[in-house]
Design a protein around this ligand. Sequence first.
Ligand SMILES: Cc1cc2nc3c(=O)[nH]c(=O)nc-3n(C[C@H](O)[C@H](O)[C@H](O)COP(=O)(O)OP(=O)(O)OC[C@H]3O[C@@H](n4cnc5c(N)ncnc54)[C@H](O)[C@@H]3O)c2cc1C
Length: 296
Amino acid sequence: MEFKENHSLKNLNSWKVGGAAEYFCSPTNIQECIDAHEFAKSKKLKITYLGLGSNVLISDQGIKGLVISSRKLKNIESNINEKSNRLEIHCLAGNFKTEALKLFLKHNLSPALMFAGIPGDIGGGVYMNAGISEKILPREFSEVVDYIEVLRDGKLHHFKAEDLEWSYRHCNGWQPGMIVKVGISWSLDNPDLDIKNKVREANRTRMTKQPLDLPSCGSVFVNPVPHHSGKLIQDAGLKGFQIGDAQVSEKHANFIVNLGDASASEIDSVIKHVQKTVFDKFQVQLSTEVRYLGDW
Ligand SMILES: Cc1cc2nc3c(=O)[nH]c(=O)nc-3n(C[C@H](O)[C@H](O)[C@H](O)COP(=O)(O)OP(=O)(O)OC[C@H]3O[C@@H](n4cnc5c(N)ncnc54)[C@H](O)[C@@H]3O)c2cc1C
């Protein structure tokens, strides 16, 4: 496996911003993940994990130390557990969510709807406890994951889903380490023969409601229950607010889009302006769903 120096991360995140990784590697299997951790240890480098980069804001100054990307960490297997009558999927963390989507669609199972709605890889989905807003079952990762395997200190640690702390857009109880493998399952008892149409319809709705033609990281702020961030931002008159090429989307106020050549610091400035304006108008503190990586 190659360790690249001063490797640009701009094309490795969905906002298309940010500087370079001091060191960068993309392991293709668990042994290479172990090698990457040993490399970091030998050089005393801090490690940063990167999935598909669809929920991160990478600093313009880049990331010091070693960035381990999971985008080549792929292998997916599935089987039917006759005893429990469940479809079981065992995959490495870098498998795209769309690969799980295909398996659920093949068996007409409802998790297809959730997997269709979220970009990124399976490891990133666990880290974020990613989910969709539709009130359906399942709507977030916590409802489909059986176990995860985490690489820490050169060893694999197995965690059952019920031993983890799942919350809105986060999963705790396994850190520190790198999520390398995930087990997912769903009952075959109640297939939904209309699931393909539902996925098609949900994709169509997303195309009309979200600015999917421009680089973004999806929703920037978590919803401060009982409010909706998008509505607060829109009511504060911030749709279209722009600093440089970073803009609060005209289509969906909780998205900040890169109109072409935005920098990470311009996006951060828009985030801070939105937080201040919403707080001044409604006394509601918006916190970011997006994770900041690198030196800020
Ligand atoms: C257009 C668009 C729409 C979106 N819609 C939704 C939505 O409906 N619902 C939703 O929940 N999210 C949504 N998102 C956000 C994003 O897709 C999810 O949060 C996704 O799960 C992130 O996965 P990723 O692989 O891109 O993770 P990354 O963005 O690469 O990483 C996210 C965090 O996880 C950590 N991480 C990643 N992989 C590992 C690993 N293997 N081990 C340890 N740590 C790791 C990273 O360090 C980082 O802190 C959307 C994003 C976009 C661009």
